[in-house]
Design a protein around this ligand. Structure first.
Ligand SMILES: [Zn+2]
Length: 230
């Protein structure tokens, strides 16, 4: 159920994007630019891998840590944006947290450090990557969140949710709320919960390279839809 496509239009749009990515990658090689440093597009995306260090986030039914999956998804997502010529800034690139010493108040220090990194990057867009959990194991599928009252964040979130719904066949809507990392970010910002670690099938799928790449390609496609349609 995790690999079923529902929309021809979306397939076409993503095919165009994949070709565009290939063309841009070819340009980078042809021009002998160092692929890691070259950015063809003056557009910065911050990718925020949620949790880290002593804060492992939620735990999957098989014991997998959310923080580790968030990091893997963030790296894959960042590589997709980098290949397409975007400038990418990561809040964390390893398993460590951002709080310094693991003493009282570490969570707030961790969040403030994320805010500092995001502010310094002056991004055009921010995506915070997380995994979900629910008390009942049947719930599945990606869910996108945005800051209540932030119109650009809402639009980005709705485009992402639309792309995800094409994958899952669900009619889920992006959810508004009050989230530090979105509230404290001045550009369009979303939290993407990639799937439910409380669902055994989805927990297993989320740990495969194929599903991770599919979800990250969909996030990239959703961002392209947002940039195209606003
Ligand atoms: Zn989380």
């Amino acid at each position: 159920m995790f690999v079923v496509w529902k929309s021809k239009r979306l397939i076409a749009a993503l095919a165009v994007l994949i070709v565009l990515q290939a063309v841009l990658a070819g340009f980078l090689i042809a021009s002998n630019l160092p692929a890691k440093k070259a950015t063809l597009i003056d557009f910065t995306v911050v990718i925020d891998a949620g949790h880290g260090g002593i804060d492992g986030g939620v735990v999957g039914v098989d014991g997998v840590k959310e923080s580790a999956l968030n990091l893997a998804y963030s790296k894959t997502l960042g590589e997709i944006f980098e290949r397409a010529g975007f400038n990418v800034v990561y809040t964390r690139k390893n398993e460590g947290g951002l709080y310094g010493l693991a003493t009282n108040g570490f969570k707030l220090r961790d969040m403030k450090e994320r805010k500092r990194i995001i502010e310094e990057a002056q991004p055009d867009l921010m995506i915070s990557v997380h995994m979900n959990k629910f008390s009942a194991s049947y719930r599945s599928g990606p869910q996108v969140f945005y800051q209540q009252g932030e119109e650009s964040g809402r639009s980005l979130a709705e485009n992402l949710q639309r792309v995800f719904n094409d994958l899952t066949g669900k009619t889920r809507e992006a959810i508004a709320g009050d989230y530090y990392v979105c509230r404290e970010t001045s550009c369009p910002a979303v939290i993407v919960e990639c799937g439910f670690l409380s669902n055994p099938d989805e927990c297993a799928a989320l740990q495969t390279d194929e599903y991770r790449e599919q979800i990250c390609n969909l996030i990239f496609g959703g961002v392209m839809l947002y940039l195209y349609e606003g």
